[in-house]
Write a protein that binds this ligand. Structure first.
Ligand code: AMP
Ligand code: ZN
Length: 115
């Protein structure tokens, strides 16, 4: 999608600090990090949010692919003591970019709330 910032990053039109990619997803550093490690795990396909993912025929496959990639991603950025995985859905959920993504946050002991 032309007007989607994450689609443009995935297409290579906008640069990002890429840390991992495979056929299903790209992972890059959040431009406005809230912790020493703050990644965005972004499925390549333009799906608006987690509800649209849930409704997709292959939604569970894609969700599974994200889960399966987590150990490699976590190892790559060295979050050996754990991390937080967050999905914001819709305006009330604090989602600002309508292309599904998961925040992977860590690199420090996290307090009660960050996002
Ligand atoms: P959300 O509010 O859950 O939709 O998350 C969107 C995230 O994308 C925010 O944490 C932003 O800081 C981040 N973001 C926006 N533009 C960029 C960009 N060009 N590169 C990396 N992260 C970005
Ligand atoms: Zn998109």
């Amino acid at each position: 999608m032309q007007d989607c910032i994450f689609c443009r990053i995935i297409a290579g039109d906008i640069s990002a600090d890429l840390v991992y990619q495979n056929e299903n997803m790209v992972v890059f550093r959040d431009i406005n990090p809230v912790a020493p490690v703050h990644l965005l795990v972004v499925p390549r396909r333009h799906i608006k949010d987690i509800l649209e993912l849930a409704a997709a025929e292959d939604g569970l496959d894609l969700m599974g692919a994200v889960l399966r990639a987590l150990p490699e991603i976590a190892a790559k950025v060295g979050v050996t003591q754990g991390f937080r995985l967050i999905n914001n859905c819709g305006p009330d959920g604090g989602q600002t970019i309508p292309h599904i993504h998961f925040h992977l946050i860590g690199g420090q002991k996290l307090g009660e709330k960050l996002l």
